[in-house]
Design a protein around this ligand. Sequence first.
Ligand code: CUA
Length: 328
Amino acid sequence: MLNRLFPAAASTYAGDVDALYFFLIAVSAFFTILIATLVAVFAVRYRRRHADEVGAGITGSHSLELLWTIIPLGITMVMFFWGASVYFEIYRVPRGAMEIYITGKQWMWKAQHPDGRREINELHVPVGRAVKLIMGSEDVIHSFFVPAFRMKMDVVPGKLTNVWFQATKAGRYHLFCAEYCGTSHSGMIGSIVAMEPADFQAWLAGGAAATEGSPAQQGEKLFADLACNTCHRDDALARGPQLKGAFGHTVQLQDGSTVVMDENYIRESILNPQAKIVAGFQPLMPTYQGVASEEQILQLISYIRSLASVQAPAPAAPPSGQPSPVTK
Ligand code: CUA
């Protein structure tokens, strides 16, 4: 019967989510039944029998008060720590996950694979491999919901969100938008197709593959088209920070604070460059709001990520008037 009530469990953490869920239901059901039964029993047993009957005076009991404070506290702490451990399992993306870019817009899901292959309202993934989704929205809040994976993550305009999963069973699973996003919200649905690794490779190879290149390659082209490379460059003429080898590292800002260069930092720096100026640079960069689309921003991020493993060149000669940074 549970099979009919419950969607298939097809991700590595689906079982953990279900176990926690059943525990919550069991605790809730136990107390609901206990309290409802006691209400009924007491109502009958201690009912008023004569018109002049007066209730007994009760002064309270410390041991009873302690008992019904400590037991629920213990139960809720179990829920808290159990829930937190499942939460961290779901929201901490494992290293080496395959990265797929997702863009939500009214009313469709667009996906782009690392090799550049694109899909709409469908996402093919290999079984047995961790997949990280890097998600942005072109317009309003959407929510990427795959019941069979027990996975749901909001896709929010103005920032990027991440989530991961690892499919355990080949099959076709429902993808829903789980956040009301306008007229055709209910039509913003699709499929996740989990395939055996060999089938997935065949699918990747068989598609009208990416003549336009991988997201990183498209990002590299955009980087040149938008003239980003006139400022973010290796030589002494650089007016923007060096991006090679920078992704994932801590950046020193002008106001003395630091920030880790991640997807959201790059996104913010493209759209709102004045927000966090890197120490040693002038606030010269114009905003690319309205110039670069959400998808193009993802491609630029992909390109800058791909530079993470590139060795940064030795510091160029500093702009005139500034002392040379000493490297020992
Ligand atoms: Cu998109 Cu609801």
